[in-house]
Design a protein around this ligand. Structure first.
Ligand SMILES: [Zn+2]
Length: 243
C-alpha cells in the first residue's frame, strides 16, 4: 500500500514542501531546452503549434521555427515577386510574438524537392540547432510541401541517430488520418497563439484560424481541457519534455 494515501501516516508541512520541490524539479529540466518546429510554409508551425511554442518560451526554453520556404507562391493580391519578402516579414512578426526565432531552408513554395542533396542540407540545418525536441508536419497531408518537410525531418532524425525527440503536428484543412497521443494545454496562451497566426495577414487567417480553433477545442474535449494542441510522438522516439 502506498503510504502517501494512508491517512494514518502523518505528513509534515516540511515533507509536503519537499515533495512539491521534487515534483517541480522533475517538471523543469536543469537547462533550457532547444526546440525546433519545422513546417512547409510560413504559418504552418504557428497554425499547428503556436500555443505550445508560447508555453515553451514562457518557461525559458528556446524555440526555432524552421520554414521550408519563404512562401514565394502566394501572398494575397500582391505580385509574386514580393511574396518572399512579405511572408518573411510576417514570419518574423509571428516569431517575435511567440519569443521564438525564424529560420528558412531555402526551398521554393510549391516546388519542394526531396532528394539526396536536400536531405543532407536539411539534416545540416537541424543539426546546427542541436535540438532536444523537433515537431514536424504529419506526412499524410494534402500539400506536397508539408509532405516534403515531414520526409526531410524524418530522414534527418534517422540519419542523425535519433538524437532528438520527434513529434508530429496537425494543421487545419490539410492534415489527414491523424491520431495524436500527447496533448498540451494551450488555454492560457490563446491571445499569443491568435496574434502569431494573424501575423500571417497575406494568408487570410480569418478563414483558417477558426478551423484550427475547432481542432484545438476538439483536442481539448479529448483531454479534459478547454483547448489543447495534440501531437503524435514517433513510436521509436524517446519522449521529449512537453510544456
Ligand atoms: Zn503550408
Amino acid at each position: 500500500m502506498n503510504a502517501y494515501y494512508n491517512r494514518l501516516v502523518p505528513v509534515s508541512r516540511r515533507e509536503l514542501l519537499a515533495s512539491a520541490a521534487a515534483l517541480k524539479l522533475r517538471a523543469e529540466p536543469a537547462r533550457p531546452l532547444k526546440i525546433v518546429v519545422a513546417g512547409g510554409h510560413p504559418g504552418d508551425p504557428e497554425c499547428g503549434c503556436a500555443g505550445t511554442i508560447a508555453c515553451y518560451t514562457a518557461l525559458g526554453h528556446s524555440v526555432t521555427l524552421l520554414y521550408l520556404n519563404r512562401g514565394e507562391g502566394f501572398c494575397g493580391g500582391a505580385a509574386l515577386s514580393r511574396c518572399a519578402a512579405i511572408r518573411t516579414a510576417e514570419a518574423e512578426t509571428a516569431c517575435r510574438i511567440l519569443k521564438a526565432r525564424a529560420a528558412f531552408a531555402a526551398q521554393y513554395d510549391g516546388r519542394a524537392v526531396v532528394d539526396s542533396p536536400r536531405y543532407e542540407d536539411f539534416a545540416r540545418l537541424l543539426a546546427a540547432e542541436s535540438p532536444d525536441v523537433v515537431f514536424t508536419q504529419w506526412p499524410i497531408d494534402r500539400h506536397r510541401d508539408h509532405r516534403a518537410v515531414s520526409m526531410l525531418t524524418l530522414d534527418a532524425w534517422l540519419s542523425g541517430g535519433r538524437g532528438f525527440a520527434l513529434y508530429y503536428y496537425e494543421v487545419a484543412g490539410d492534415t489527414m488520418m491523424f491520431s495524436p497521443g500527447d496533448h498540451v494545454d494551450i488555454s492560457k496562451v490563446e491571445a499569443l497563439r491568435r496574434g502569431a497566426c494573424f501575423a500571417h495577414r497575406s494568408q487570410q487567417p480569418e478563414k483558417w484560424y477558426p478551423k484550427q480553433v475547432e481542432i484545438t477545442r476538439f483536442r481539448g474535449v479529448e483531454s479534459g481541457l478547454a483547448q489543447a494542441e495534440a501531437f503524435l510522438r514517433h513510436p521509436e522516439s524517446r519522449p521529449g519534455l512537453l510544456p
